[in-house]
Structure formats: C-alpha cells, structure tokens
Ligand binder design. Structure first.
Ligand code: NDP
Length: 378
C-alpha cells in the first residue's frame, strides 16, 4: 500500500497529474472530428458524447459496497491507495445493451397484443453537424428496438413559431409518444418557451418544469425523469449498489444532469450534498461520500485523494484532452481521475463506456414508458 497526500503536486499517478498541468487542455471538438465517431455518439444536449466501449467486465456483481478491503475516517486528509486498481468497473455499455434488448421485447409484445408501436419525434433546427449526428444516432437506436421515429428539420433562420407549430402537431399526433427538441436552438429562439410547449405526457427528456418540479416534491411523481441522471441511478440499481442511508455527493448542479441526479438520490433516501463551482474545499465534502456522481465537464478534476475508500463513483463528464500519443491527438476522459480513483473506490464507471451509453437507453425506455401509459398497456 502506498500513501497518497491530498496535495495534487505530490501525487505520483502521472496519467491524471496532467490534468493540473499546462499540457492538458480541454479541447473543443470540430464537427469533423465528431463525425469520425458518429456511430458511438448518443443522446446529448450541450456537449459532445463520444464513446469507445470497453467490453470485458463482469455482469452485475453482488455487494459492491462491501468489496473494498480498506476504510478510513471521512475527514482524513490522506488515503491509502492500492498499487493495483481494485474497483469493479460498472459497465454502462453492457447494461445499456441489456436495457435496449428489454425495451425491444416489450415493444414487440405491445405491438402483438394491442397493435401499438411507440413513436419518437425529433425536431432539429439549423445545420449543426454535431446535432445532426446526435439525431441520426437517436434514429438508429429507435430502429434497433422497434420505435418509429419522426423527424422535422428546420432551417437555421426558422422562426420560433414554426418550431412551436411542429411541437403542437406532435402533441396532437397519437402515433407520437415522445417529443425531443434537439438543443442547442439557434440564439434567436427562446429555449424555455420551446421546451415548455412539449406536452408533459410526451416530455421523454424530462426537462419540462412540471416534471422537474414533481421530481423535487415528496409524494409527487414525475411522468419522466431526465435520461442521463436516470441512467446513473439505473446503473446503481443494476449493480445492486445500496443507496438508502448512504452519503451521496453530486458534483455539478445543471438542470439536465447534476440537479436531477441529486433529486433522484434524495428520493432513494441517500443524504445528498451538492458541490458546484463556488464550493470551497470540495474534496472535504467528496471524501465523506459513499457515492459520488460527477457531472462537471472538467477533465480529471476528482483525484484519488478526493475519494473515500470503498466509495462508488459515477462519472458523467466527458472531456477531450490533448494526447500526443494518440493518433487522433486527443483522448476522452471523465471528471474523475480514473487511474487514481479506481485504486480507492469499490466501483467506478469508465469514460467512455459508463454513463454515456445509458443516456440513449433511457430515452428509449422513456419512450416505451410513455406509449404504455398513453395506451394503458401493462
Ligand atoms: P454544465 O456546464 O451545464 O454544468 C456543469 C456544472 O458543474 C455546473 O453546475 C457548475 O457549477 C459545475 N462546475 C463547474 N466547474 C466546477 C468546479 N471546478 N468544481 C465544482 N463544480 C463545478 O454541464 P452539464 O451538466 O451539461 O454536463 C456536465 C458534464 O457531463 C460535461 O462533461 C458533459 O459533457 C457531460 N454530459 C454527459 C452526458 C452523457 O450522456 N454521458 C450527458 C450530458 C452531459 P455552477 O452551477 O456553479 O456553474
């Protein structure tokens, strides 16, 4: 066992040390680069989502939280670090595949029994290549599970009224059970107006204020939960990781990931803290966590020393950093320094191949859920 101090400059895990050096720079992807990865890009609203999946991990291991062989005081400023990675890898790619198969089976049953096929409508405004890629991948995912997909493409200079008009038609169309407006919208449109126009029964993204409001309230049920945070919690469930009574820390508080993730954890009876850009000494808070969900967009920000031994780590962040050894000149990393944290945690999601694949699986699942609810099919 080696001892690792919290001061980042004393860390000897060089793969992540670069995150604090001038050589690691967050890259902004050109759409050309995005296209190279179009097959692995999934549902994503603000930033890139690129995946190369790992495949060799055990399925649904039991009792992950008891897997760790070490423990420490939550307030300790140093942590014991094993020389080899000890954390189980939470294989989002495999779980997402299982979910897609389950969704496909249910859709086939629904079609056979009541003749209904779920439908997902996507509205794309403008000619952003990354958005077009996301939409194409959503359509492909729908095709694989048997969901009908409908697409409207509008020019960049379309009016907000035109978008609202299409939303209204999809709201009234009985063959459509889910409606997505691909973000970002052109700057002359009011995103809030547009998203609010999607009827709550078809809001498969779960971004409607009524759905988020219900998520936040005790005794109320949202019709849909946003796909990425739902995917995080689904991973915990499928790996039988206990949440009730655990201390959870969510890093990031965005409307689409961090905030709903914290609400979901709270609904599952975790005691939840939220870390954001104004939080002082975040590592003191994360070190108390049994479960960390990180959705920040800062490469390798969460160091091994931020993690309580035995904690479960869910890394939503996807960041491209320069890598001269990669033929592409960059590589993708999460918010969590995998090399360090996997030696301390009991379970961890990789990037890529962790949360990313779950997002689109949850979109398919939400669309099925919507169709079942609308047609009262159980
Ligand atoms: P946002 O930029 O909307 O939110 C980022 C959050 O992180 C904010 O709440 C911000 O705090 C907080 N933050 C920023 N810097 C720090 C810091 N240094 N310390 C603590 N908190 C900080 O991002 P998103 O939520 O949309 O996305 C987050 C990450 O998740 C990105 O890497 C994105 O690419 C990825 N993502 C992945 C998806 C997937 O399918 N796997 C889907 C969606 C996103 P504040 O509120 O104070 O500004």
């Amino acid at each position: 066992m080696a001892s690792m101090h919290t001061n980042a400059t004393t860390m000897y895990f060089t793969n992540c040390s670069s995150s604090s050096s001038s050589t690691a720079r967050l890259l902004h992807f050109s759409t050309t680069k995005l296209h190279k990865f179009s097959n692995s890009i999934s549902h994503f609203h603000r930033q890139i989502n690129l995946h190369q999946y790992r495949t060799s991990n055990p399925k649904f291991p039991k009792s992950i939280l008891t897997h760790s062989s070490s423990s420490s005081s939550s307030s300790s400023s140093t942590v014991e670090v094993k020389s080899e990675a000890s954390a189980k890898v939470i294989d989002g790619k495999r779980v997402a595949k299982d979910i897609r198969e389950e969704v496909a089976v249910e859709i086939s049953k629904m079609k056979n029994e009541i003749g209904i096929v779920p439908g997902l409508a996507v509205i794309l405004v403008g000619d952003r290549k990354d958005s077009a890629t996301y939409v194409r991948n959503k359509k492909k995912a729908c095709d694989t599970v048997g969901i009908n997909s409908y697409e409207v493409r509008l020019a960049e200079d379309s009016t907000e009224e035109e978008v609202l008009d299409h939303i209204s038609k999809f709201n009234d169309d009985p063959s459509v059970h889910g409606i997505l407006v691909q973000l970002p919208l052109p700057s002359h449109m009011n995103e809030q107006n547009v998203l609010n126009a999607v009827c709550i029964e078809k809001d498969v993204d779960g971004f409607h204020p009524l759905n988020i409001g219900r998520l936040a309230m005790r005794g109320r049920e949202p019709l849909f939960v946003p796909c990425t945070p739902k995917g995080c919690i689904e991973l915990l469930h499928r790996y039988e990781i206990p949440v009730k009574g655990k201390r959870a820390v969510v890093i990031g508080r965005s409307n689409i990931v961090g905030m709903p993730a914290a609400l979901l954890l709270q609904r599952e009876d975790a005691t939840v803290s939220i870390v954001h850009s104004r939080t002082k000494n975040p590592e003191e808070i994360t070190r108390q966590a049994d479960i960390i969900i990180s959705a920040v967009g800062q490469p390798n920000m969460v160091r091994g020393s931020w993690v309580k031994p035995g904690a479960v780590l869910v890394d939503v962040g996807i960041n491209a950093i320069e890598d001269s050894e990669s033929p592409r000149g960059y590589r993708l990393v999460g918010d969590i320094c995998y090399e360090e944290a996997s030696k301390v945690a009991s379970a961890i999601t990789p990037v890529p191949g962790g949360v990313g694949p779950m997002t689109i699986a949850m979109l398919l699942s939400n669309t099925l859920l919507s169709a079942k609810r609308i047609h009262n099919f159980r």
